[in-house]
Design a protein around this ligand. Structure first.
Ligand code: NAP
Length: 490
């Protein structure tokens, strides 16, 4: 089977309807919208275009299922997740083809994302049976405190296009483990991975109504009424800071619990004493994972004066050697950007930096279509007033500048409203600790270029978000604490 036939076969086998109350059904208006392959603009298929009425039906189903699901034995909740983990891994190859077709990342990276996504289910399968509470004697000796953890209730989960499956399992895993029902809405550009995931978790035995899935081309019109409805008790969102802020305002109305995984502007700092081979390897990972379309992508490189030239040269050499093409083709390391808007944004950020004095070491110009390709690019001497120092590039562009002192680089690194992740390369342990403590980010990659791990708490500070996903705290986002004050006399 050639690449096109494989894509056709997996797309054909993927549901294209809404999942509401355990039933796959068309949108109430009968509408649908197209899903495209960003490598060539070809339409892969049409999926159901949910209306606000479908949204209400999905929330009705989640509300109706909540009581029974919240009382479902934790062991069984965990076993459903564990079965879904096995199914994801068994079907990894087909799911990777589907993801690459709709999102563009190279097949090898799609396979890695499926494994990463599945791992959230395995992790939270194990957490489902570890939800505990507390018991204490009141300080006056006359009372007892009984602390219990209960599911938050029906949740709304909204996910982005850049990690179309992992951003779903990172929310669905803990929600299922905690006993919450949910309405899930993936990004319109990449609905197929989530549709395939919903089918798998249904097959793994998730009861009807626990997970309801809406694909829609009108995310605001469909989701805002659900946020304002009052029956959903939580919104968990991954996406841009601008949309996150808007949703926070909407959530204020019904005082919803929120988890917000938002944008980033990660600094990548290389000190003179760093292992330069490791720093370049780490830079490639931190920059090029997902074609640079990651919230964790290194957005600003700072190399200390003694190594800045050598670091930039080696990075440019490695970036320039990457193979660009359709993610479905063998050996391709850099796929297309998601759409023309993304390509235009990267182009204008590079042009702006160059106009302000940056030197292009490799790349620097968009590529001809079809598809929205931008070549791996390294810029040296990028000035602080370049727009790309302050906004997410979300593409394969590495701007490097040099610095002299630790204080100087810390000031520059923290000079942003974002605070998701930073990367730091040094062989000096004391400096590693000192700088890690002073970086204003929720995560630090210390001598490593990837921080994401289902067993660790992922999340940001400042405008990068609220709450954490994964790790021991991931399930907390879906649990309420109730305290029973018991009078026992003296
Ligand atoms: P986005 O435009 O904010 O969209 C994210 C999700 O929100 C999509 O499902 C989108 O649906 C939906 N949405 C947009 N407007 C909405 C509205 N008014 N009401 C309800 N839902 C709405 O972000 P994106 O471009 O997909 O994703 C890239 C961004 O996500 C980057 O900023 C990246 O840093 C961030 N991100 C953060 C993390 C993290 O963990 N911190 C992880 C991955 C990505 P439609 O697109 O269908 O409208």
């Amino acid at each position: 089977m050639d690449a096109t036939e494989r894509v056709d076969a997996v797309v054909k086998g993927t549901p294209k309807q809404l999942l509401i109350g355990g039933q796959w059904r068309d949108a109430s208006g009968g509408g649908s919208f197209a899903v495209e392959n960003p490598a060539d603009g070809a339409v892969l298929c049409e999926v159901a275009d949910a209306t606000p009425a479908d949204g209400v039906a999905a929330l009705d189903a989640a509300v109706q299922a909540q009581e029974a699901w919240g009382g479902h034995p934790p062991r069984e909740r965990g076993e459903i997740l564990r079965r879904a983990y096995d199914l994801l891994m068994d079907r990894r190859e087909d799911l990777a083809v589907l993801m690459t077709a709709e999102m563009g990342k190279p097949l090898a990276e799609a396979r890695t994302e499926i494994a990463y996504a599945a791992e959230f289910f395995r992790w939270f399968a194990e957490e489902a049976v570890r939800i505990d509470g507390g018991y204490a004697v009141a300080p006056n000796g006359q009372g007892r405190f009984l602390v219990m953890r209960q599911p938050v209730g029906p949740c709304l989960l909204i996910t982005p296009w850049n990690f179309p499956m992992a951003m779903g399992t990172r929310k669905i895993g803990p929600a299922v483990a905690a006993g919450c029902t949910m309405v899930v809405k993936p990004a319109a550009q990449t609905p197929l991975s989530m549709l395939a995931l919903a089918q798998i978790i249904q097959e793994a035995g998730l009861p009807d109504g626990v997970l309801n899935l809406l694909t829609t081309s009108s995310s605001g019109a469909v989701m805002e009424p659900l946020i304002r409805d009052g029956r959903a008790r939580k919104l968990s969102f991954t996406g841009s800071t601008a949309v996150g802020r808007l949703l926070l305002e909407q959530c204020a109305d019904q005082v919803l619990r929120t988890s917000m995984e938002l944008g980033g502007n990660a600094p990548f700092i290389v000190f003179d004493d760093a292992d330069l081979d490791a720093a370049v390897d780490g830079a490639m990972l931190a920059k090029m994972r997902n074609i640079g379309e990651a919230c964790t992508a290194a957005n600003r490189f700072y190399a200390q004066a003694g190594v800045a030239g050598e670091f930039s040269r080696r990075l440019a050499e490695r970036m320039g050697a990457l193979t660009i093409g359709s993610g479905l083709d063998d050996g391709v390391q850099v796929g297309p950007l998601i759409d023309a808007v993304a390509q235009d944004k990267v182009t204008s950020l590079v042009d702006d930096a160059v106009a302000r004095g940056a030197r292009v070491l490799v790349g620097g110009k968009p590529m001809e279509g079809p598809g929205h390709f931008y070549p791996p690019t390294v810029l040296a001497d990028v000035s602080d007033d370049a727009a790309m120092r302050h906004e997410e590039i979300f593409g394969p562009v590495a701007p490097v500048s040099s610095f002299q002192t630790e204080d100087e680089v810390l000031t520059a690194a923290n000079d942003t409203p974002y605070g998701l992740v930073s990367y730091l390369y040094t062989r000096d342990l004391a400096r590693a600790m000192r700088v890690s403590e002073r970086l204003e980010t929720g995560m630090v990659g210390l001598n490593q270029g990837v921080v994401s791990n289902p067993a660790a708490p992922f999340g940001g500070v400042k405008h990068s978000g609220l709450g954490r996903e994964g790790g021991r705290v991931g399930i907390e986002e879906f649990l309420e604490t109730k305290y029973v004050a018991m009078h026992v006399g003296s």
